[in-house]
Write a protein of this length. Structure first.
Length: 319
């Protein structure tokens, strides 16, 4: 790779998808140390991107705050030689078109929606590519092949460690989500927090926004051992590092993936069959939930590797 190469990588949302680009960008930066790489995403992920190798720069932009024309001008001012769209939505499709008209080599992620729809009706199931593989494929078509090993967890070693728990169980709770359908009713979540507090478990509340902050601080003031972590973490990298040292993290229906074992990256995928051991656990869990009048409408592997979901129906029930 010649000096002067400047790759522009674009991915604005969602949080989980942005974080899954990190090991791919890390592999890219290490494979091509003489190339300059600029990642464009929402400002709140900047602290994580700063942990990447020195040839990776980060530009925090929220496309909701500026026009598409201005967004293109600001990105064009960076003078990239290659552009890779890791998002493929209307905004980034416009940006691709402008860069292509300017004569820049441009590629984008293939999300494989048609193949995934066909998968649902196929009698013989064919393993679908992982998100890591799709990101790597987009870079390879741009002329930058990389080998990613998602079984190697991205290190947050440079982030200060959270204090030791001293043997007390610690549970993190993220009561909010971007989509209302993913939010467990807040009055019931408060009951969960209260029950954990009564059992002597330390509870750490995560979220953002003024209304969320006020609610979580009110819970923290009412229940022993409950702390609101809003504005207490210096950045997202520190927050993720803190979460990694909790005994349990409650995230409603939003799941954060854990890297699979080496050589088994394709064994636990969203469109794959649920493993027998996991399926047996879910059946046992389902039986216990039925006894409490709690219904589940779906069970499946999650997009994140080694994660599985049983989605309950939130409604009043007789116990």
């Amino acid at each position: 790779m010649m000096d002067g190469t400047h790759l522009l990588l674009i991915r604005f949302s969602a949080l989980g998808d942005i974080l899954m680009t990190v090991p791919v960008i890390d592999a890219l930066a290490r494979r091509y140390p003489e190339a300059k790489i600029t990642v464009v995403s929402r400002p709140y992920v900047g602290s994580v991107m700063q942990l990447l190798p020195a040839n990776v720069d980060f530009v925090g932009l929220d496309p909701r705050d500026i026009s598409l024309s201005r967004l293109y001008r600001e990105l064009a001012a960076l003078k990239p030689t290659h552009v890779c769209d890791l998002h493929d939505v209307l905004r980034t499709q416009y940006l691709r078109l402008r860069f292509r008209l300017a004569g820049k080599p441009v590629t984008h992620i293939h999300k494989g929606r048609r193949a995934r729809r066909a998968f649902l009706h196929a009698r013989e199931k064919v393993q679908q590519p992982t998100p890591f593989a799709r990101y790597a494929d987009a870079l390879a078509r741009l002329g930058f092949p990389v080998e990613t090993d998602p079984s190697q967890r991205f290190s947050l070693a440079d982030v200060p460690r959270s204090p030791a728990s001293g043997g007390v169980q610690r549970v993190g709770v993220a009561p909010f989500a971007a989509h209302e359908g993913k939010v467990y009713p807040l009055d019931r979540m408060e009951r969960v927090v209260r029950m954990l507090s009564e059992r002597g478990i330390q509870v750490f509340l995560f979220g953002g926004g003024e209304k969320e902050r006020q609610l979580m601080e009110s819970w923290a003031s009412r229940y022993d051992g409950v702390q609101s972590m809003v504005e207490r973490m210096e950045n997202m990298a520190a927050e993720l590092h803190f979460m990694a040292r909790l005994d349990l993290m409650l995230t409603n229906r939003t799941l954060f993936g854990y890297a699979p074992c080496k050589g088994q990256e394709l064994d636990d995928h969203y469109f794959g069959a649920i493993r027998p051991t996991v399926n047996e656990f879910m059946k046992e869990l389902d039986d216990e939930l039925w006894k409490l009048g709690i219904l589940a409408k779906t069970k499946h592997n999650e997009v994140a590797p080694c994660q599985h979901e049983l989605a309950p129906i939130f409604e009043d029930g007789s116990t």
